[in-house]
Design a binder for this molecule. Structure first.
Ligand SMILES: *[C@@H]1O[C@H](CO)[C@@H](O)[C@H](O)[C@H]1NC(C)=O
Ligand SMILES: *[C@@H]1O[C@H](CO)[C@@H](O)[C@H](O)[C@H]1NC(C)=O
Ligand SMILES: *[C@@H]1O[C@H](CO)[C@@H](O)[C@H](O)[C@H]1NC(C)=O
Ligand SMILES: *[C@@H]1O[C@H](CO)[C@@H](O)[C@H](O)[C@H]1NC(C)=O
Ligand SMILES: *[C@@H]1O[C@H](CO)[C@@H](O)[C@H](O)[C@H]1NC(C)=O
Length: 524
């Protein structure tokens, strides 16, 4: 038996409904991101690393600004930060995928190391089937051309599988016998989410195993949960450490906007990298005007925490190469109702790492023993609600007068005599524009408040990714300030609790722009 983290395949149902795509508008774009990867269109399929190059595939319609002709776009990078867009890897042009080359995954077959794609095709009959594709020329490090297998489709819906909900093959894994490949295909049976296990010895002939993994109903379809447990190779069983539906211990990669995530193993750096798709929260009409919609999170290294009970996520080291001018604050007490500007950096395009220390912890407020919904707590005790220890943290994308501000903050509470640390982002004052989504996000942060409480934020014009407790909880939010743009954007450390807190250290950097362009542009 082996420790194993399984991603819950809720994404099996995400395909429809993203009908509208965006055509570019040329105008000043203060909210356009500078160092986050934005595929030309739509969301991610399989990322992978192969012979020195990172590949990212994503879905989009090359022909029109509407849903249709879904193809696999393809971009490559040497460092996960700077990207070049290549020609499409696949277009819908065969009977088994004529209505779309939908989502899928990549797998590297060992031995001579051959990367392959398993993907869902929407076929001539509007049914979903699974297909295989391989690179045309393995000597081309960019793997620009892909060939679909003559055996396609290699998996088709049988029995009571709904052919309209049968998709998203995972990266395949090899059993310890080194002969049997396994993959999961997401499906829906009688309205319930499920994943079917398929096995193959040659990657072409796949047999559906009796085993079905029942996941959940559709309630939380757009949230990316994960489960930690043990995989039993003998019986192909997965035993979760905790009851997944137990609301007290539901774990999410990210407690904000983070969707359709994928991981891949980076052989070069011996790490597993997680990526998520971050949608817009602006008015669709404004998305249209801006000419872009959605982007990728900064890739994150993921590790299992020492406790074995949760994952740790941290922006890949490579993002630090974009760090420019640095400012530092050390051992600075922030009294109640005080803000302290982190001056001297480009606040709308920045990387900030801060550690807070609290003393004594006396007079901590108690919450009800049944309060296990962090998002609800963060909404009720949002950044405007003063407590004893908290709210304290950072005010990002803030105008000088604080009329606009996005608070990323902590609050120390007690539940049944145990300390609880709440981490929240509050967008309710993030924009003076007519209200966009003013969601407040929240997570419990598994740290001891007698020790330090740390926060890292990556701000990039209209996105803020926050990492609490050195990666124990992550919250990604989209914000669309009207005043706090360009030079008028500020970052403050703040404390609005009645007790003072101390910044033991704060390091902040201006961030440079990443190079993201067509391969062709790069050559000019
Ligand atoms: C799909 O592609 C065909 C051929 O390029 C084109 O005529 C058609 O308009 C496209 N459909 C959509 C919905 O983009
Ligand atoms: C395969 O790719 C290599 C490296 O780019 C190139 O030199 C070679 O000509 C390609 N072979 C074919 C058949 O296209
Ligand atoms: C779906 O899941 C939610 C949340 O776990 C639960 O409250 C609800 O009862 C479930 N519905 C069905 C039909 O199982
Ligand atoms: C902030 O919290 C207060 C007190 O619970 C509440 O009245 C107010 O509506 C909250 N604001 C938002 C934007 O949720
Ligand atoms: C601090 O709390 C007061 C009272 O709720 C509120 O008016 C003020 O905006 C808060 N300050 C910050 C920086 O959120």
């Amino acid at each position: 038996m082996e420790r194993f983290v399984i991603k819950v395949i809720f994404s099996y149902i995400i395909l429809i409904g993203f009908g509208v795509q965006i055509i570019g508008g040329v105008q000043e774009q203060p909210l356009r991101t500078a160092f986050h990867f934005r595929p030309p269109k739509n969301w991610m399929n399989g990322p992978m690393y192969y012979k020195g190059v990172y590949h990212l595939f994503y879905q989009y319609n090359p022909d029109a600004a509407v849903w249709g002709n879904i193809s696999w776009g393809h971009s490559v990078s040497y460092n996960l930060i700077d990207w070049f867009h290549l020609q499409d890897a696949m277009n819908p042009n065969e009977p088994y995928d004529i209505n779309g080359c939908w989502s899928g995954s990549t797998t590297i077959l060992p031995g001579p190391n051959i990367p392959v794609i398993l993907y869902t095709g929407n076929n001539f009959a509007d049914e979903e089937v699974q297909n295989l594709a391989t690179p045309k020329n393995l000597s081309d490090p960019m793997l620009q051309e892909w060939v679909k297998s003559k055996h396609n489709p290699i998996m088709s819906p049988v029995d009571d599988i709904d052919p309209k909900f049968y998709r998203d093959p995972t990266t395949a894994w090899l059993k310890p016998d080194h002969k049997t490949w396994c993959t999961l295909v997401g499906a829906q049976i009688n309205g319930y989410g499920a994943a079917f296990l398929y096995k193959s010895s040659d990657f072409i002939t796949w047999k559906k195993a009796d085993k079905t993994f029942h996941l959940s109903n559709k309630t939380d379809i757009d949230l990316d949960y994960y489960i930690i447990g043990k995989y039993d190779w003998e019986n192909d069983g997965f035993k979760a450490d905790f009851e997944f539906m137990d609301e007290r211990i539901r774990l999410r990669y990210d407690y904000g906007i983070f969707y359709a995530s994928k991981t891949f193993y980076d052989e070069a750096k011996k790490r597993r990298v997680l990526w998520g798709w971050v949608t817009e929260a602006d008015h669709p009409a404004d998305d249209m005007r801006k000419g872009w919609s959605g982007l990728q999170s900064i890739p994150r290294s993921i590790l299992l925490d020492k406790s074995g009970e949760q994952l740790i996520q941290w922006p890949v080291k490579e993002v630090e190469k974009l760090r420019g001018r640095k400012v530092t604050i050390k051992d600075k007490e922030i009294n109640s109702e005080t803000v302290l500007e982190v001056a001297g950096i480009t606040a709308s395009q920045a990387d900030v790492e801060v550690s807070f220390r609290l003393s004594h912890l006396k007079g901590v407020e108690s919450i009800d023993e049944s309060s296990y919904d962090p998002q609800l707590l963060c909404s009720q005790m949002n950044a405007s609600v003063r407590g004893a220890y908290g709210p304290f943290g950072l005010l990002a994308f803030a105008s000088k007068d604080l009329k606009e501000q996005t608070a990323v903050f902590f609050r120390v509470l007690k539940r049944q005599d145990k300390f609880v640390v709440l981490m929240c982002t509050d967008q309710s004052r993030s924009s003076l524009k007519t209200p966009v989504k003013e969601t407040i996000f929240g997570s419990f942060l598994d740290v001891d408040p007698n020790q330090k409480i740390s926060l890292r934020t990556l701000t990039d014009h209209s996105i803020i990714e926050a990492f609490g407790g050195e990666g124990k909880s992550c919250i990604t939010a989209r914000v669309y300030p009207k005043l706090a743009i360009g030079k008028n954007s500020h970052i403050f450390a703040f404390n609005n609790g009645s007790k003072s807190v101390k910044i033991s250290s704060l390091n902040a950097w201006s961030m440079n722009k990443a190079h993201i362009a067509k391969a062709h542009d790069h050559n000019q």
